[in-house]
Design a protein around this ligand. Structure first.
Ligand SMILES: Nc1ncnc2c1ncn2[C@@H]1O[C@H](COP(=O)(O)OP(=O)(O)OP(=O)(O)O)[C@@H](O)[C@H]1O
Ligand SMILES: [Mg+2]
Length: 436
């Protein structure tokens, strides 16, 4: 029987088929890490002695299962292979078995010895897993491959990788594979990676695609960039507002931006007297569009303003929309395409942000309130992506995505509308639509 596998690209090949017993790699997302390691482990198991056990270690069950399914796909044309979905094992005709396991509880791997091991997503596994796995290959002197994205510079796997990168060892090899290596190999699309580079904060891009870990702790916006965004209040007309509503104890903050992203006004009020807050919002935004938080208590506030003809685009905070919104703000601050006054609440809140590592993922934490930053983030997002909804006078239902003009049209409208906007009379009355 002859079984053929795709040969991994050069950089991947050098890592997995290294002639050292231990080969460790820091690799970018989506560079074929899992596929490369599966190919190596399959070839090892197929070419090795009969009746041996091999281990695929993943941080969680779901990731072990994902690799198992990828493995199944890679082997789909190979006859006489037994795939056990329940135990996540693949058994070859030579009776050797690959066990796909979560090492969330490192004790679960005791009992077997292994003749080859892959640790996938190593930075997300616990350091105890490394010691536990090593006890399982002491006797067999089995080879081990470990690969992962970079996370933080203090992560155990990254420290190990760095240690062996700096102090050569006869048994250990280290490698790094970036998104650009995968682009060269034709696996990733250059344009897509360049887009990610534009859209992601520098620190996240470097971590995900260049294998550079985050130091953590630092300000995600960059203190020098925050400083570069400091300017007195703009005296231009406000083009858009961002409104973050108080939930229980915190503040309602409204931030207005002019057409160039300069802050025109900051309004901040305490409390949850909603009729009163709605009045204040009405008086502040007037005819100007606003991106408004409509999470929880926000929803009736948004509905009330919409029913009175105010130009509101609701924004729902979720576990994924909130970090996206902040990422977007980070990019704008780092490009200096926004400004706000020195010592304003938004300046002080921005300075209180820090990177934080949660479950092996990079996220943000703040030592202060975040209402002003959220209001700025909403206004910024609105200015970048949603202003078009409000620019065409024919567009009434601002919530309908289908009403957004094409990007080219939007640009035209924007110029045109901004000109009109500047000349409009501030005191025009709001037209109220209401049921009897
Ligand atoms: N040598 C290759 N040639 C072409 N496509 C490949 C190659 N290796 C992997 N791919 C494809 O690239 C995608 C990502 O592969 P894989 O899951 O192995 O990467 P990964 O680096 O482990 O990704 P992740 O960052 O999600 O863990 C898959 O769709 C896979 O089929
Ligand atoms: Mg993978």
């Amino acid at each position: 029987m002859e079984i053929e596998f795709e040969r991994p690209y050069k950089k991947m090949y050098d890592f997995v088929f290294s002639n050292k017993r231990f080969s460790l790699c820091i690799g970018s997302s989506q560079t074929g890490k899992t596929t490369g390691c599966l190919t190596w482990l399959f070839m090892l198991a197929l070419a090795g002695e009969k009746n041996k056990n091999y281990l695929w270690a993943a941080p969680y069950y779901s990731q072990a299962k994902l690799a198992f399914v990828k493995g199944q796909n890679l082997l789909q044309n190979v006859p006489n292979i037994d795939f056990n979905q329940t135990n996540l094992t693949i058994r070859f005709p030579n009776k050797s078995t690959i066990h796909f396991k979560s090492v969330e509880n490192p004790n679960s791997i005791y009992g077997n010895t292994f003749h080859g091991v892959v640790i996938d997503e190593a930075t997300r596994t616990r350091e105890e897993a490394w010691s536990a796995i090593n006890t399982r290959i002491v006797k067999t002197k089995a080879p081990l491959r470990a690969i992962s994205n970079a996370t933080t510079s203090s992560n155990w796997f990254y420290r190990k990788w760095l240690h062996y990168s700096n102090s050569p060892d006869p048994d250990v090899d280290t490698h790094k594979i970036t998104a650009y290596d995968a682009i060269e190999a034709g696996i990733l699309d250059r344009e897509e990676i360049e887009r990610q580079k534009r859209d992601l904060p520098k620190e996240i891009f470097e971590m995900e695609y260049l294998g550079i870990p985050s130091a953590g702790g630092d300000n995600p916006f960059g203190e020098e960039h925050i400083k570069a965004c400091l300017k007195p209040f703009s005296t231009q007309k406000t083009l858009i507002w961002g409104v973050d509503l108080a939930k229980s104890v915190d503040w309602t903050v409204m931030i207005g931006l002019d057409y160039q992203g300069n802050t025109t006004k900051i309004e901040r009020f305490n409390g949850t007297d909603w009729p009163n807050i709605i009045e204040k919002i009405k008086n502040t935004i007037g005819k100007c569009p606003a991106i408004m938080d409509n999470t929880g208590v926000g929803s009736p506030v948004v509905d009330s303003l919409l029913s009175h003809g105010y130009k509101i685009h609701p924004f729902q905070f979720t576990a994924s929309s909130k970090p996206d919104l902040i990422n977007n703000l980070i990019v704008s601050v780092q490009n200096h395409s926004l400004s706000f006054p020195e010592d304003s609440i938004v300046h002080n809140e921005l300075l209180s942000y820090a990177w934080e590592i949660k479950n092996g993922r990079l996220s943000y934490t703040t030592y202060s309130t975040d209402d002003a930053v959220m209001a700025l983030a909403l206004a910024n997002w609105g200015l970048k992506y949603k202003i078009g909804n409000f620019l065409d006078p024919g567009v009434v239902d601002v919530q309908k995505e289908t009403s957004i003009p094409t990007p080219e049209k939007l640009e035209e409208l924007k110029e045109e509308r901004i000109r009109q906007w500047m000349n409009e009379d501030e005191d025009d009355e709001i037209v109220t639509v209401k049921f009897k």
